[in-house]
Design a protein around this ligand. Sequence first.
Ligand code: KE4
Length: 437
Amino acid sequence: MPSTPSRKTEQSRRLRERAESMIPGGVNSPVRAFGAVGGEPPFIVRGKGSRIWDADENEFIDYLGSWGPLILGHAAEHVLDAIVGAACNGTSFGASTPAEADLAELAISAFPHIQKVRFVSSGTEATMSAIRLARAYTKRKYIVKFEGCYHGHADALLVKAGSGVATLGIPGSAGVPEEFIQFTLALPFNNITAVEHAFQRFKHQIACVIVEPVVGNMGCVPGVDDYLVALRMITEREKAVLIFDEVMTGFRVAFGGAQELYNIRPDLTTMGKIIGGGLPVGAYGGPSEIMNLVAPLGPMYQAGTLSGNPLAMAAGCATVKYLREHKEEIYPKLEKLSEQLVRGVAAAAKDAGVTLCANRVGSMFTWFFTAGPVTDWESAARSNTEQFARFFRGMLDNGVYLPPSQYEAAFLSAAHSEEDVQETIAAAKRAMAAVRG
Ligand code: KE4
């Protein structure tokens, strides 16, 4: 692979230098800085369908989809129309609007275990609030999360987290006092014995278990065997709240998320990404018995200036309504094309003598540069991240945009075509040649 990329990068370089002079790392979210993969991060100027274009007019087939929200692809006409239509009536009122109940109804139609839902503006707010609610409901202090899982950047959750924390190889975060994480238990994923031991050691003290029911933030790692069923049984027995963090999996792995796919009832569900259709929306929901503790009904406080923002509600409604109306066609298409893509790239690796382990659930997937199986953080961290970086740069130079980290999931959208998949597999064949180094 040429050290200098084949694609033009002059405009993106200029834009990065300008941004770096005013914004830490030139980015508003760390993983976008390409720290783990090197090279010049493209500054994106527009997207349409499965494609994005950067400031140097390079075109890419996009498998990031804004880290998951864009399951319908970029600039879907009916989503844009909904946003513009809402904007013509004003952008924000700080008062209730009809669209909030519209999106609540749509979310509850997808997640029947939810009786009440509260909207916030990010997945971080959703998980932070759900944990506070679980502690208020149980009057317990400890929480269980899993190594390699990422639930946003709330202090208590920045413990052995995945996503950007894992990508940057930092243990947690500076500025989080020990006292703030003393009640956070981080356990290995897919190890039910560790969960049993935690509940024995902290009997009647654990408020909740929060889990990505299909992990995306150490790369894509599903539960093995009946892991999620066992989690449900233990939390039921111990009267702890089971929180499915479906910020990534919600509307992604099935219209009703992982809880539909695996037929498991969590106590609370957090949502984000797709439910906002590309605009800032997070949500948490569950049975009224728990949700009625949320202010103003109950004593658990949570608030937000732009919560339920009309433009975000419009984008979310347009997206979720379209998914609901076309799910019989969309999810089988996502499954078929994702399977073809993941298998094709794995075959390209095999032909090039590159060791690769592919994990996929529906249209979220990761190619790990390790023999595998990859079932937890320990096995994911065995990946050859330098080989991943060479693969990433090779794909980018061949017009394919992947998540810039080995420890992230990639996403295929309903706007992707058979031709996109074939083009991507061809690009992988070219990129793999340089991977072995
Ligand atoms: P946000 O606060 O970024 O909206 O959501 C936090 C969050 C919560 N739960 C899960 C399962 C998530 O995946 C996320 C955020 N995902 C990352 C990418 N894996 C966001 C990308 C970024 O941080 O730039």
